[in-house]
Ligand binder design. Structure first.
Ligand SMILES: [Zn+2]
Length: 187
């Protein structure tokens, strides 16, 4: 995928990621037999709760980013924000290795300790989503992410990863407060 402006945010993050992870590639989920099989498995274990895996979910696996159908409709800034999130997962993989990451991350649902591990790994990446959104769209846009992020944690998208909305809302507000403190320190 070639960005229109290689010097813009999308072009920069793509070249940064390729420098840090030389084997990084963006692939379509629909073209991958494994991703199509995962979609079927996820729909089954979530009793149909996760049916958007191929259409709406971006997934890093073995150092590649698998993009859903929705990727084609995202503009360059939205892709930039997404890549900021996914770069966190690439770094987690480098830190933990495929096996540990797979255990903590891919095993959907249960037991609670694994879901907690996944919830924290995912939170590290969502922090980056929040920061990148504030950077390109402003603080109000970052604040507006709260309900969507809470929904993802407490619902079937990631297998009811951490179904305690008050906890996620507290994490979210701490993240926004940090951004606000950073913004006012710069003024
Ligand atoms: Zn993620």
């Amino acid at each position: 995928m070639q960005p229109r402006d290689p010097g813009g945010p999308l072009g920069r993050i793509l070249s940064d990621i390729r420098r840090e992870f030389p084997t990084f590639e963006i692939r379509r989920k629909r073209d991958s037999a494994l991703q199509r099989a995962l979609a079927v498995a996820l729909a089954a274990v979530t009793l149909g709760g996760q049916r958007s895996y191929l259409t709406h979910y971006h997934t890093v696996l073995f150092g590649k980013l698998y993009v859903p159908d929705a990727w084609d409709r995202m503009d360059e800034l939205a892709r930039y924000v997404l890549l900021r999130h996914e770069r966190v997962h690439l770094r987690q993989r480098a830190r933990m290795g495929d096996l540990a990451m797979g255990l903590v991350y891919l095993l959907p649902i249960l037991p609670v300790l694994l879901a907690w591990g996944r919830a924290r790994l995912e939170w590290e990446a969502y922090l980056e989503t929040i920061r990148a959104t504030a950077e390109v769209y402003g603080l109000d846009a970052a604040r507006a992410l709260e309900d969507e992020i809470v929904r993802r944690y407490v619902g079937p998208d990631y297998g009811w990863m951490w179904p305690f909305p008050a906890v996620i809302r507290r994490w979210f507000r701490e993240a926004v407060a940090d951004l606000e403190a950073g913004a006012s320190a710069r003024h």
